[in-house]
Design a binder for this molecule. Sequence first.
Ligand SMILES: Nc1ncnc2c1ncn2[C@@H]1O[C@H](COP(=O)(O)OP(=O)(O)OP(=O)(O)O)[C@@H](O)[C@H]1O
Ligand SMILES: [Mg+2]
Length: 341
Amino acid sequence: MMNFNFFRNRSLAIDLGNNNTLVRDKNNLLVSQPSYIVFNVENNTVKAVGEQAYSMFEKHHDELKPVKPLKGGVIADYDSASRMIHELVRQVNGKSFMSGYEYIISGIPFSTTEVERRALRDALGQFNAKHTYLMYEPLAAAMGMGLDIQEPNGKMVIDIGGGITEIVIISLSGVAAFQSVKIAGDTFDQEIQDHFRRNYNMAIGLKTAEQVKIKVGAVVDTLVDKPEPMIVRGKDLMEGIPVTRKIDHSEVAHILDKSIGAIEHAVIQTLETCPPELAADIYLNGIHITGGNAYLRGLRQRFEDRIKLPVHIDDEALHSVSKGAAKALQDPKKYRSVLME
Ligand SMILES: Nc1ncnc2c1ncn2[C@@H]1O[C@H](COP(=O)(O)OP(=O)(O)OP(=O)(O)O)[C@@H](O)[C@H]1O
Ligand SMILES: [Mg+2]
């Protein structure tokens, strides 16, 4: 017989991201999967979630409907998002999860509307937790990076995720200045895809575009450690036949230049609107960059050149939000002021 209290005392920290969903308990990473779900069209059942669903993307047929339920970092398709998170949590816990949880803490972007927050709260309602809290992702990310968010000392965090880039200045457990732009990883992938279409009459999939970004992606062309150029496979738009083309990091830096410039502009605006005492702190503390796209080659060099502040790149940039939420799980009373009902 299973011990009922065992389930009652369980808690989950969730980062339901635009591109990746991570689930932790207080101490361990339990799930890290792409935020994708595939349905059987005929009977509306779930065919696949996570990694498996992602691998089917852009390769499916008419009997399957693939969905990426989040856009711009928030739930865009409520039903698909609920079912995706249901399936991912079930992978860890089997059928037993409906017996309830003590705490569920989930990240949400800072710049969200009440409607967007309610959609996430409702989707989490299926887990019947005693306490369900939302936590602003940039605050969670700061905690996940090991920054003390509670002291009166300004910290700047930039989270360049898949659907949204958020820039915040944190002090005393709150956000003193912020900017957010819907320019993030998905935009970069799209721009790489568009570049191939426009300049080489070549159609490539979004997954291929993302691989280009990961393998040879850069934001400056003067890299010390240059990656090997990559051979990209796609389809010639005129002839309709499969073709290949080589691309190197400097070409990607050129493609991404405008978007990275827009993010830099938002960083500068955030600094401009921030009170002078906090600006002085950031001068000393520098800028902390997290989110999967923090790994773009040359990002530190470029930001240091343009913004003239020290830049720290999170070396676990895909994990900071979920790590921070898990830290809050360990001591919900201590972090009560950053947890929203
Ligand atoms: N090595 C890498 N280099 C560049 N980009 C990367 C790398 N690894 C992952 N990414 C990108 O990081 C993004 C996913 O990051 P992350 O998991 O932080 O986003 P998310 O939390 O799902 O999205 P959001 O925060 O917008 O809701 C994707 O755009 C992915 O292509
Ligand atoms: Mg994120």
